[in-house]
Design a protein around this ligand. Structure first.
Ligand code: C2R
Length: 197
């Protein structure tokens, strides 16, 4: 390893260790552009996980409206929210729920917009119950599904879906992927040095 690479590694180590960097900051929003995700969660208790999807959207300059709405407990609100989503400027839904998670399916049944489901680990079954109830949708009503508690991927997938319409968002996603690759390469270099000690 050359002198230059060692300096690079030291700089990136100091930067990552001592300078607070937002986890995501990729821009993506053009002036005056409205890009909005509807985030629904079956219970406020799901929020610690859901918040991580919000952080991703913040990093891409995407707006969101986060609501506690349940297909089980507030069925008429869920129905009205899904039906009014297009008029409210929502382009994609993220629906988070634990246990027997019907929220995403019910929202998808009531809107032509794409729905991403986010299974939450909130039961004695470790989220497997929610995962299966989201993934095993009957034909005709698809919902995309990320991993159990995979909130970051729910946010990223929402950005990717919206990037079909917003070219600036597509470029921001490209920048995100380049940065991720660079970060892992730097991590590997640091790991190799550590291991060689
Ligand atoms: P509480 O903690 O409020 O009792 O909720 C929620 O998402 C939560 O993870 C327990 C779990 O029930 C879930 N829930 C659903 C739905 N509504 C609430 N799965 C739904 O409509 O699918």
């Amino acid at each position: 390893m050359g002198y230059g690479e060692i300096i690079d590694l030291c700089v990136s180590f100091i930067y990552n260790k001592f300078i607070e960097e937002p986890r995501y900051n990729y821009g993506g929003k053009q002036k005056g552009e409205v890009m909005k995700v509807g985030i629904l969660m079956g219970s406020k208790n799901d929020y610690p996980v859901v918040k991580r999807a919000e952080e991703v959207l913040d990093g891409f300059g995407v707006e969101y409206e986060t609501r506690v709405i349940s297909a089980h407990r507030t069925p008429s609100v869920a129905d009205a929210f899904a039906k009014g989503a297009e008029a409210a400027g929502i382009e994609v839904f993220i629906c988070a729920a634990g246990k027997a998670a019907h929220l995403a399916g019910v929202i998808a049944a009531n809107t032509p917009l794409p729905v991403i489901s986010l299974p939450i680990k909130s039961s004695t079954m470790d989220g497997l119950d929610s995962l299966l109830s989201m993934v095993q949708m009957p034909k005709g009503i698809p919902v995309a599904c990320v991993a159990i508690d995979g909130a970051e991927n729910a946010g990223l997938l929402a950005v990717q879906i919206m990037s079909g319409k917003h070219p600036a968002l597509r470029e921001a996603m490209r920048a995100y992927k380049v940065k991720m690759e660079q970060d892992i390469i730097a991590e590997d270099k640091a790991f190799q040095i550590e291991k060689a000690k």
